[in-house]
Design a protein around this ligand. Structure first.
Ligand code: HEC
Length: 275
């Protein structure tokens, strides 16, 4: 991994991303997911979270009515209707969060309009201005991956997300980054097609939390950690309960066995040979 520059400062971490409480989570959900303006849907402009449905948000950070209202703001293509046509309808709780692109191909596709090369003659040499290339998208052919499982799909996921989002810097001397890529020492290879997304004050939190860059990154990392493993807290709680109960069962079984075997274990058999 290309890491020059990364060693010069401490890597941002997000250790307590899991059970961060509903507030940070909710802030993260707003940024990463669907949700009502004003906080801009920064990540949702390019990334999908296919595995998440509106119903998954109910009881976690939103009430059912809030989630329904959020879903209703999305336009979902459904169909076919009686005439065999696809139609649009407001989203429901059972719908997945809307994806920005219809397919991976659509996300990668860069529509290039080539033209406008102006030729001029200067003396005997033909000068031509570079062809005018207009990309219709900022992704530059790279695919913004679905973020549902990204926290699990990367080593040390939540910390990686935090580091990646905050890690944009100027390339160190001697390192050049191709046009359309951005230097980020935390991304394998050091050059990522995703521009820096988070800036201080880039959003407004309705609970008055100062919207620093790090705060936003932490909220997004927390949200994505939850999205990748919504059952995490319950699983760990269940694990603790099982361990406790099995320990009690083990202790009881041990005691019972010793109790039952006590007369046998403490018996002394003496065989006297007579004559
Ligand atoms: C302008 C479009 C755009 C926006 C907005 C955007 N991304 Fe990305 N993102 C991309 C692209 C393109 C890639 C693929 C980068 C590559 O392969 O070089 C990417 C890749 C990623 C990756 C994967 C990195 C890896 O290890 O493979 C993560 C995680 C990610 N983005 C998180 C986010 C988060 C969180 C936000 C919101 C704060 C966000 N992105 C907003 C375009 C975007």
């Amino acid at each position: 991994m290309h890491r020059s520059g990364a060693g010069t400062r401490s890597t941002p971490r997000c250790d307590d991303a899991r059970s961060d409480g509903a507030r940070g989570w909710r802030r993260g959900a707003r940024r990463g997911g669907p949700p009502p303006p004003p906080p801009p849907q920064v990540c949702a402009a390019c990334h999908s979270v296919n595995q998440l449905h509106y119903r998954n948000l109910v009881g976690v950070a939103y009430t059912e009515d809030e989630a329904k209202a959020m879903a209703a703001e999305a336009e979902v293509v459904d169909g076919p209707n009686d005439e065999g046509e696809a139609f649009e309808r407001p989203g429901r709780l059972s719908d997945p969060l809307p994806a920005p692109y219809a397919s991976e191909e659509a996300a990668r596709f860069v529509r290039r309009r080539v033209g406008g090369g102006v030729r001029a003659r200067a003396g005997r040499r033909a000068l031509s201005t570079p062809l005018l290339v207009v990309s219709s998208q900022v992704n530059g052919g790279a695919y913004p991956p679905d973020l549902s499982l990204i926290a699990k799909a990367r080593h040390d996921g939540t910390n990686y997300l935090m580091a990646l989002l905050l890690g944009y810097t100027e390339p160190p001397a001697g390192v050049s980054v191709r046009e359309g890529l951005y230097y980020n020492p935390y991304f394998p290879g050091g050059a990522i097609a995703m521009p820096k997304m988070l800036v201080d004050g880039g959003t407004d939190y309705d609970d008055g939390t100062p919207a620093t860059e790090a705060q936003q990154a932490k909220d997004v990392a927390t949200f994505l950690a939850w999205a990748a493993e919504p059952e995490s807290d319950e699983r760990k709680l269940a694990g603790a309960k099982w361990t406790l109960v099995l320990a009690l069962v083990w202790a009881t079984a041990l005691y019972y066995k010793r109790w039952k075997w006590a007369p046998i274990k403490s018996r002394r058999i003496v065989i006297d040979a007579i004559n």
